[in-house]
Design a protein around this ligand. Structure first.
Ligand SMILES: Cc1cc2nc3c(=O)[nH]c(=O)nc-3n(C[C@H](O)[C@H](O)[C@H](O)COP(=O)(O)OP(=O)(O)OC[C@H]3O[C@@H](n4cnc5c(N)ncnc54)[C@H](O)[C@@H]3O)c2cc1C
Length: 247
């Protein structure tokens, strides 16, 4: 160990509980959810008119925020030149259970670089210990592999040797939405009414509040706030910028 940094202001959140809490808060605020797959974007006279869901329902909307994670570049009906350049980046995690008997096994998040790979150990209040995460360019593959689990446990063991004694509860592989520069894609596209909130790569949970604030500001005022402007989709598409026409 070459050195370390203790960050007292560091925090963590359980993304599964965050998603549940957000849905509950939205419902309380009167948001109406259509729990169906968006099959296709409807475009009428070069502007967005809504979406059609998998059960054939047409939902009218003058503005649509495309926030489909790694699938954001695959929504049918979106013209080729405004499709977000998002690719899937595979990440594997392992979950263990910490004993509660003799005080906390680990009371704060530990993150490090081991042999060039980033590894973190996140103790949850529930007693779960999350060890993550691999970063693999494997297309749409979500197989949990022996090699991925081995590397995570090997690197985590180097930081906190006691982890190999813990019960093993879960392995999982997910897909992160990566953009060409791995920074988010936020804001309007060259198609009138189509907005993006995607491409958050490794930081989509962390950036949830700032993304929500930026998109709410854009939808209510028509302007992206200053801090979000470097992340407009236009940075990747001269074609998009050139096709923007006054209404
Ligand atoms: C192993 C792993 C570890 C990670 N660790 C961290 C971390 O420590 N911190 C952090 O900040 N981020 C982390 N991330 C990244 C984070 O999970 C992503 O950045 C974030 O989930 C992106 O959020 P999103 O809402 O844009 O996309 P997603 O979470 O992928 O959600 C998109 C949703 O849209 C749905 N969808 C797509 N297309 C359609 C359609 N046509 N109709 C209806 N629904 C559709 C999908 O099914 C999905 O439910 C990690 C990711 C992985 C895989």
């Amino acid at each position: 160990m070459r050195g370390g940094l203790r960050v007292d202001g560091d925090h963590q959140i359980d993304p599964r509980r965050l998603a549940g809490a957000l849905v509950a808060a939205c419902e309380r605020a009167g948001v109406v959810f259509h729990r169906a797959w968006a099959e296709r974007l409807t475009v009428v006279r070069d502007r967005v008119a809504g979406v059609v869901t998998a059960d054939g329902t047409a939902l009218d909307a003058g503005r649509v925020v495309l926030a489909g994670g790694s699938l954001s570049g695959r929504l049918a009906g979106v013209p080729e030149d405004v499709l977000p350049p998002v690719r899937p980046v595979k990440g594997q995690v392992v979950r263990l259970i910490m004993p509660q008997r003799h005080g906390p096994f680990l009371s704060r998040t530990v993150r490090a670089v081991v042999r060039g790979s980033h590894v973190y150990l996140v103790p949850r209040e529930s007693g779960e210990l999350v060890v993550g995460a691999t970063s693999e360019e494997m297309g749409w593959d979500t197989t949990v592999t022996a090699g991925g689990v081995y590397e995570l446990l090997r690197d985590a063991h180097e930081l906190v040797p006691g982890i190999t004694e813990l019960p093993f509860t879960e392995t999982r592989a997910g897909l992160r939405p990566g953009s060409p520069d791995n920074a988010p894609l936020l804001g309007p596209t060259g198609l009138e009414g189509l907005l993006l909130a995607t491409g958050h790569y490794r930081n989509g949970v962390l950036l949830t509040p700032v993304t929500g604030d930026a998109m709410a500001h854009l939808l209510s005022t028509g302007e992206l706030p200053e801090e979000a402007r470097p992340f407009t989709p236009q940075r990747f598409s001269t074609a998009t910028a050139l096709t923007e026409q006054p209404a």
